[in-house]
Design a binder for this molecule. Structure first.
Ligand SMILES: O=C(O)CCC(=O)C(=O)O
Ligand SMILES: [Fe+2]
Length: 324
């Protein structure tokens, strides 16, 4: 059938993740939880608008991160501690590679972890943070952001618990001292002939990831049919995805979806990209064991006899991405 020029083109609806507003959280918790859970079940991702994180603090933290990454390479390298899993301080450009990838990712990043009181038993799992002396406001702004994202992540987990019918408080005592990490990412401008991509296809290791800064294009998720979907959140919105630990706990009811950050289009090659994923983790000694409610005749236990602590699972995965 031929179409005349004034005929309406057939509707090709590009799939896009519908944002869920955090305003609904207090007004209609069940509705919020259903919408959030449905997005996770479909994409492994959700976009959350109106999150009420302190915009001024985020702007200040981002400015500090940019100042740090603009320092000379030799200065930045003082904050790189190889063999420590990249858990704190700088992981320089050219170190991390996605599992099984031929090229390294085109990125550098800084990791901040939880500050624990003197003598806390989890100190053996979590190293001390390191802070750059060159950027004085860095510690207060970035750790402030860490604490806000930690609190918001726990609110999100309450909605996930409601969606999964686990009892709203299910995750509370399993993540309140989690080995969570805030990653400040810098992807420098990309030369036309650069080998590799900004971030190769991977799955996140942790429970859930709260990502700010994905407005600069490049983040894509892998659909079930193998095609790639651009994730283009509205300005300021949070992108949240399920990590492997929650996928494992839920026997894949909530999928940990493969994603990547592709190189920019020619007209954006000269621009750096900054993003700040917060990787929310379980408490290190939490035993990840398939939820009985997630085991059904159609979905038999994929991890029978394979319970593993969050700490052991993390170590196993860091070795795969060359960070340990
Ligand atoms: O930079 C992004 O938008 C995503 C980064 C990411 O997926 C990661 O660091 O695990
Ligand atoms: Fe990721």
């Amino acid at each position: 059938m031929s179409s005349s020029p004034n005929e309406t083109a057939p509707a090709v609806t590009a799939r896009a993740i519908t944002p869920v507003s955090m305003k609904r959280y207090d007004a209609d918790f069940q509705g919020f939880s259903d919408a959030l859970g449905a997005s996770f079940a479909e994409y492994g991702f959700a976009v959350v608008a109106d999150h009420a994180l302190d915009a001024a603090r985020i702007a200040a933290a981002l400015a500090d991160a940019k100042t740090f990454f603009a320092l000379p390479e030799a200065v930045k390298r003082q904050y790189h501690h190889p063999g420590t899993g990249g858990a704190r301080g700088l992981t320089p450009f050219g170190v991390e590679a996605a599992k099984g990838a031929a090229s390294v990712d085109l990125k550098e990043f800084w990791h901040v972890g939880r500050e624990l009181p003197e003598g806390h038993p989890y100190r053996r799992f979590m190293r001390d943070n390191v802070w750059p002396v060159e950027t004085p406001g860095f510690k207060a702004n970035i750790y402030g952001m860490y604490e806000e994202l930690d609190a918001l992540g726990r609110k999100i987990l309450k909605a996930i618990a409601r969606y999964l019918d686990l009892g709203d408080a299910y995750f509370e005592d399993k993540v309140e001292m989690g080995n969570s990490v805030l990653r400040l990412l810098h992807y420098p401008p990309v030369p036309a002939d650069a080998p590799g991509v900004r971030a190769g296809a991977h799955e996140d290791i942790n429970v859930i990831t709260l990502l700010l800064g994905a407005e600069e294009a490049g983040l894509q998720l892998k659909e079930k049919d193998g095609s790639w979907l651009d994730i283009a959140p509205p300005p300021g919105a949070l992108v949240i995805n399920i990590g492997d630990m929650l996928q494992r706990l839920t026997n894949h009811v909530l999928p940990s979806t493969t994603h990547r950050v592709v190189n920019p289009a020619p007209e954006r090659r000269g621009f750096a990209r900054y993003s700040t994923p917060f990787f929310l983790h379980f408490n290190p000694d939490f035993l990840i064991e398939t939820l009985p409610s997630a085991i059904t005749p159609d979905n038999p236990d994929r991890y029978a006899g394979k319970a593993i602590t969050a700490e052991d699972y993390l170590a196993e995965r860091l070795r795969e991405i060359r960070l340990l």
